[in-house]
Design a protein around this ligand. Structure first.
Ligand code: ATP
Length: 685
């Protein structure tokens, strides 16, 4: 029986074919897999660069291209006959000697550039890799047949021009060496191309089937028609993860909590979904997948429904947000749902106190110092550090603030009201009282979940982290966390270690959502500088890159708000005329008024119009961010007054920047930004 492996391009090409051809292709592929009468047979291709390449006639005038070795067939693509033959002649295939993964070479194009490279090399005495010996290059898996060409490369630009013709396992280590990195740096880049852990067995470059098994990003084996249907019909992200994503999501078992950070669109949410699915298939116990808001959790739940076909496995994962978890735990303990305090009522309570500080200052002090560190007594507060707060407080002032907090919490208790953060703190205390920890069991099992997976982790408050920590036992695969400190849109900067989560950090660096042009512009907007939180120290955006190119963001300045709205409406109409479905277009603004105005001019167009906050975690083909003007972004009402606390103000500004950055990095294809009057100081010049 043939063993059939499918490449990620095959379902994409299949989807582009007309329906009757598609049906025939699927039928033929199924016959081929089952080796039944009428199954297509491999036909040799005259002039192929690789003798293992063959074609399969899958439908009238359409062929699949396969690489065949013994009983293994790697089905690469399906194309009209002439294109299929040209494709089959063009590429050659190999096995990387360092990683043992498959490699695909554009042999025809490489042959074409050879004469020009030779001439350039003859005209120059510099060689980019003059200092690297052949054995070092061989150790990095550089192909022996490619080596003479490598030796002719004179500069980085020539290497960059070769990138589309080379397998990433060849290009990435060479690019690292060209940047002046050491062999270790080149190895790091190569390791990023590894999707499964290294094999203890030596690599056999002749064994193509084994190489395909090491390359789940390039090939998925379909042993039965059901699996074949799944690969052909499910969205690509369900089946094919990029190597670092695959490695992180499918790692057999993590001894410690794991934190995956990465820039916008690097696939963190996908990794979280696949990790949850991986844990659920293992079936060790209930899994909680938490994210920031109810809207995002509905989105995650819908994606999990697509990712996991088996209902029993799917049921092992609960999707929710931390607030709901806290609410449920407290409601169960108290026998009725807790009642929450509204913002205005809370402000009025702070106003009843007499400390000389504003309600906003006091709320921040309570949330970011007292609740963040779970301070229970005045003495603890008097001794506590106040990170992120630059106004010094004397002992007398701290005592007055403590009394104010006591007044407010007492009033809330009397009224039977609580804030969400209080609920989180109470829920973790309740869990702490009922879990096995107190009974000194070595493997406590009474926490509500066996695994917790956290998405959008950058915005969780320490009280919420304590709740999550208490909701899962301290054992292997307890917490798997993904987040991006640069996308923080709330005031929570917590190092996980400070809330008892000793996480190992991993990074994703390639954005698959953004074209390089939006990414670079976004990084300039964000300030490019470091962001703190999640891990000790600061995180840089260094190394964050994209794989695609596209148009640069369009920034439009208008004379008046009315002109700006008219410009927006004509831009969105143009996109719809270009054929972009309205549900793939989003418009965002900082204030509710601007959102309302934009909705009014875009009425009946069916595009999403929301606040910058509402864009978190989403993505759209086209995005318009309007009102990016001085006096609107940053929102003056959300900034700590200049004289009150400079450090808090600096944090506020960074948060506002992050918010704009989040909205702008939702665009897959095109970003339009507009303002009337003076531009926001955050916009890159
Ligand atoms: N393996 C993959 N297969 C297909 N598409 C992918 C893959 N990885 C990433 N993408 C693309 O990149 C997008 C971003 O993925 P995802 O939402 O998981 O990123 P993220 O890091 O969570 O983003 P953000 O932090 O900006 O919300 C996906 O919607 C998809 O378009």
């Amino acid at each position: 029986m043939p063993r059939l492996a499918i490449s990620p391009e095959f379902p994409v090409e299949l989807g582009a074919l007309p329906q009757p051809v598609r049906r025939d292709v699927v039928l033929s592929a199924r016959r081929f897999l089952q080796n039944v009468a009428g199954a297509p047979h491999p036909e040799r291709v005259r002039g192929a660069r690789d003798p293992r390449v063959a074609t399969l006639r899958l439908a009238e005038r359409h062929r699949g291209v396969v690489v065949k070795q013994r009983d293994v067939y790697w089905l690469l693509t399906v194309l009209p006959d002439a294109e299929a033959w040209a494709y089959a002649q063009r590429y050659r295939f190999g096995v990387n000697t360092a990683l043992g993964v498959v490699e695909m070479w554009d042999a025809v194009a490489l042959d074409r550039v050879r004469p020009a490279m030779r001439r350039a090399a003859e005209a120059s005495s510099t060689r980019l890799f003059a200092d690297i010996c052949d054995s070092d290059l061989a150790e990095l898996g550089i192909d022996g047949r490619f080596l003479p060409l490598v030796r002719q490369i004179t500069d980085e630009l020539t290497l960059e021009a070769l990138e589309p013709l080379l397998p990433p396992t060849q290009y990435e280590p060479l690019a690292a060496l060209a940047r002046g990195e050491s062999m270790a740096g080149a190895w790091r880049e190569l390791e990023n191309c590894r999707a499964v852990p290294a094999d203890p067995e030596p690599i056999n470059p002749e064994d193509f089937g084994a190489a395909l098994l090491r390359s789940p990003d390039r090939a998925v084996f379909a042993d039965y028609p059901r699996e074949l249907n799944r690969v052909l019909e499910a969205p690509g992200w369900c089946v094919f993860l990029h190597p670092p994503q695959h490695r992180l999501a499918h790692w057999e078992s993590y001894q410690q909590p794991t934190l995956v950070t990465g820039g916008a669109g690097t696939g963190k949410t996908l990794v979280a979904l696949h990790r949850a699915a991986h844990l659920a298939r293992r079936g060790a116990g209930q899994i909680l997948l938490v994210t920031f808001s109810q809207g995002l959790s509905a989105d995650l739940a819908a994606k999990l429904d697509v990712l996991i076909e088996d209902e029993v496995v799917r049921k092992r994962i609960e999707v929710g947000n931390v607030d709901r978890l806290a609410h449920r735990i407290v409601a169960e303990a108290e026998g009725r749902p807790p009642s929450l305090v509204g913002g205005a009522e809370l402000t009025a309570l702070w106003e009843e106190t007499d400390t000389g500080h504003s309600p906003a200052f006091l709320l921040r002090e309570w949330e970011q110092v007292v609740l963040a560190q779970n301070l229970q007594t005045l003495d603890e507060y008097l001794d506590a550090p106040r990170p992120g707060r630059s106004v010094e407080l004397s002992g007398a002032e701290r005592t007055a603030i403590w009394r104010a907090i006591e007044h407010v919490t007492e009033q809330l208790r009397e009224r039977g009201r609580r804030t969400l953060l209080q609920l989180a703190a109470e829920a973790s205390t309740l869990l702490g009282q009922t879990t096995g920890d107190l009974l000194e069991e070595t493997e406590p099992t009474r926490e509500p979940y066996r695994h917790i997976v956290v998405d959008e982790a950058q915005d969780l408050h320490p009280a919420q982290w304590r709740l999550l920590r208490a909701a899962v036992p301290h054992t292997r695969d307890d917490l798997f966390i993904v987040g991006d400190p640069h996308q923080r849109i709330f005031d929570t900067r917590v190092a996980l270690a400070s809330v008892g989560i000793d996480a190992i950090q991993q990074r994703l660096q390639v954005s698959y959502r953004l074209p390089q042009e939006i990414l670079s512009w976004g990084v300039r907007l964000r300030g490019g500088g470091p962001a703190d939180g999640l891990v000790n120290g600061v995180q840089e955006l260094y190394g964050f890159r994209a794989r695609r190119h596209g148009p640069r963001p369009m920034v439009r300045a208008y004379d008046s708000p009315q002109d700006e709205l008219t410009g927006l409406a004509s831009q969105v109409r143009q996109w719809i005329q270009d054929g972009v479905p309205p549900e793939e277009i989003a418009v965002a603004a900082r204030t509710a008024e601007l959102v309302r105005d934009a909705r009014a001019v875009l009425r009946e167009l069916g595009v999403r119009v929301t606040t910058l906050h509402g864009m978190k975690g989403l993505e759209f083909r086209r995005v318009a961010v309007i009102g990016v003007a001085d006096g609107i972004v940053p929102d003056p009402a959300s900034l700590t007054p200049v004289g009150e606390d400079p450090a808090a103000r600096a944090h506020d500004l960074q948060r506002e920047r992050g918010l704009l950055y989040v909205a702008c990095t939702r665009a897959v294809e095109f970003l339009y930004v507009s303002h009337s009057g003076r531009a926001s100081p955050f916009l890159p010049t």
